[in-house]
Ligand binder design. Structure first.
Ligand SMILES: [Zn+2]
Length: 321
């Protein structure tokens, strides 16, 4: 059984060791209390029928893998920091295990997504890979020298919170200012589009925003860009440039063979990834990296969910990275 807990939704699936789904994934929504904190008790209540179903109907049921959108200690499933759920040191793994009495494996969503790509996707057979998500946030996870790499505290891959310019950008959910994420993630693009509409720099964005009461969405900025709106073109150009700086720095530091990118922002424009690829390659130091680096789009729609399932098989020595 696999569960992917995002900032608002929870996807649930039963997956076998080939990555095939037992039936289509189901979606629930994260319950929040009146203070805007995700309600763990209620969440465990909502998921309980799915665990019961697995225990009673799946003869080879091995346990539940949880992919969670934050910094998770994968040894015990402790949620060190999950900004979207407003969880700080929430003992998710322990609570879920006490409630369900089945093996629980929890880890950060980017780690889970990378595992799915390594086992079943485009990164199969690669030894130096970074997964990067570009959506509500910007961050990833690393596979170096044939091993998952979490770093000293398990927080490696937080590339989005490297500082681009602490005097510019916007305040970031991480508590800093001017992180790459505050320039390139979906909400940052929407915010810049909103400013262009509000300050009279883009009549088109102003017009598109009427669809939602004057609110500019990331997809509207891409739409305006497609139509040649100068303000939107500039926003996306700058986004691609900063992604180029950020990703090429990572490749120069780690000498990667592949970056797999996922997340909602990639759906903004058909050639978005090609543009990012061009920028990254332009900034890379060595001819070898320029020649060999592969930048790929995610293989699956639900990599984190699949990776959560894969983790259960890996922990039971049925699959191996
Ligand atoms: Zn940040």
């Amino acid at each position: 059984m696999a569960v992917d807990i995002g900032g608002t939704k929870m996807d649930i699936a039963y997956v076998d060791e080939t990555g095939a789904f037992y039936k289509p994934p189901e979606r629930l929504y994260v319950p929040f209390d009146e203070d805007g904190i995700a309600d763990l008790d209620k969440m465990l209540d909502m998921l309980e029928p799915y665990v019961v179903f697995a225990r009673e109907n799946l003869p080879n049921f091995l346990g539940a893998g949880f992919s969670i959108c934050g910094n998770i200690d994968d040894a015990d499933g402790n949620c060190v920091l999950v900004a979207n759920l407003r969880w700080y040191n929430v003992p998710f793994g322990k609570m879920a295990h006490e409630r369900y009495q089945v093996p629980i494996y929890a880890a950060t969503d980017v780690r889970m997504a990378l595992i799915a790509e390594l086992l079943w996707g485009k990164a199969k057979g690669c030894n130096y890979v970074a997964w990067m998500t570009l959506g509500t946030g910007y961050g990833g996870y690393l596979f170096l020298d044939g091993k998952l790499y979490g770093g000293y505290h398990g927080f490696a891959g937080n590339l989005g919170h490297a500082i681009y310019d602490e005097r510019g950008g916007a305040d970031c959910g991480c508590g800093q200012r001017g992180c790459f994420e505050s320039y390139v993630a979906g909400p940052a693009i929407a915010r810049q589009g909103q400013a262009a509409a509000d300050e009279g720099r883009s009549a088109l964005l102003k017009q598109l925003s009427q669809k939602d009461d004057g609110k500019v969405h990331t997809s509207m900025v891409f739409e305006a860009e497609r139509q040649g709106d100068p303000a939107a073109v500039k926003i996306i150009e700058e986004q691609v440039r900063k992604l180029g700086i950020s990703l090429s720095s990572m490749v120069d530091l780690l000498d990667l063979e592949m970056i797999v990118m996922g997340g909602g922002v990639l759906k903004g424009a058909a050639d978005f990834l090609d543009r990012v690829d061009n920028r990254v390659r332009g900034f890379l130091m060595t001819v070898e990296a320029k020649r060999d680096l592969k930048i790929e789009r995610e293989t699956f729609d639900n990599s984190a969910l699949m990776g959560a399932a894969a983790t259960v098989f890996i922990k039971n020595n049925i699959l191996e990275l």
